[in-house]
Design a protein around this ligand. Sequence first.
Ligand code: PMP
Length: 411
Amino acid sequence: ENKLSQQAIDLENEYGAHNYHPLPVVLSKGEGVFVWDVEGKRYYDFLSAYSAVNQGHCHPAIIGALKTQAESLTLTSRAFYSDMLGKYEQFVTNYFGFDKVLPMNTGAEAVETAIKLCRKYAYEKKGIAENEAQIIVCKNNFHGRTTTIISFSNDEVARKNFGPYTSGFLKIDYDNLEALEETIKANKNVAGFLVEPIQGEAGVYVPSEGYLTKAKEICEKHGVLFIADEVQTGVARTGQLLAVNHENVKPDILILGKALSGGVYPVSAVFSSSEIMDVIRPGQHGSTFGGNPLACAVAIAALNVVTDENLAEKAEELGQLFRSEINTRLVEKSKFVSLVRGKGLLNAIVINDDEDSSTAWDICIKLRDNGLLAKPTHGNIIRFAPPLVMTKEQLLECVSIIESTILEFEN
Ligand code: PMP
């Protein structure tokens, strides 16, 4: 029974590094909001590869662009120009409203890029003494797992025994404006504030209304760059193209990844004004694959899907429906689910159990059995981030699966 799945799991266990703990389900096909396992069972995908597959699995327009481009040119490196990169850069800067873009591949790489950009700008334009720049980050942040990024993480699992760490980071509470202003005032070399508009991995923690607006004002007042990591929240996920748009905030530096390509290909990017980006000179940063023709073609197609299918509006509408349904059908009925929170289609439920329990995991196993795939962010928090191309009927069916699974689990 489930022989094919077990074989695939055994192979990963035998030959792969054990750097993940996947939910036991082995997928081999995806289409729109659905994925199928190797035994042919169909599931609703309620994770979207951590908010990468916003446009749905294997979207024909994106796959079409991938195939067409793959047949003419896939990689030049930046040793030469390509006929795609400039076109992509023009498209994407217009799309998000910035002067300039620096193309990379993964989210963590783009965060590293933003850190380098912020520091260089501080030394060359703000007169901060070399090696003295500080960047303020938030507690319980998640920005990736490179050595520099884990240096300012407080996830002990991600951090422990990977030192020595990179210095130059100050950590404050999330959603705390006083801490932000006081930390800037107390440290004369603060160059940037790196923040997630909603903390995704922390458990979909939405800050107070007005937080981002006021944080940006404080940064501006003190000449500190406001750096938004929208790798998880960006590209229509939260009901606006960018989560900062909910508060009409324009970051000095914007970081995107994941859904920039609809999850079809690794594409990330850092955006800023020309004044900031122009401090980067040839040889100071780059990547063989960053901005490759295949990535450019895929990302343009993926963003056109976001526009053509009104994915931001859909996320907003479906998100409202999801939270209100979960509230009336689960939170109010169940002693077990204490709340649902989120924006657009980035949501989480919090279960009345301690953070280190296995309850969220056990529920995700039952959800899997009932045809819906989600993953805990903590022992007591389950994130729900389906593709944005879902219909209202499908969403309501998913709510029913979640409701009955949890009520059954509780009893
Ligand atoms: N920043 C944020 C806010 C993220 O959620 C993630 C991934 N979950 C990253 C950065 C890292 O992206 P990647 O896994 O592509 O390196």
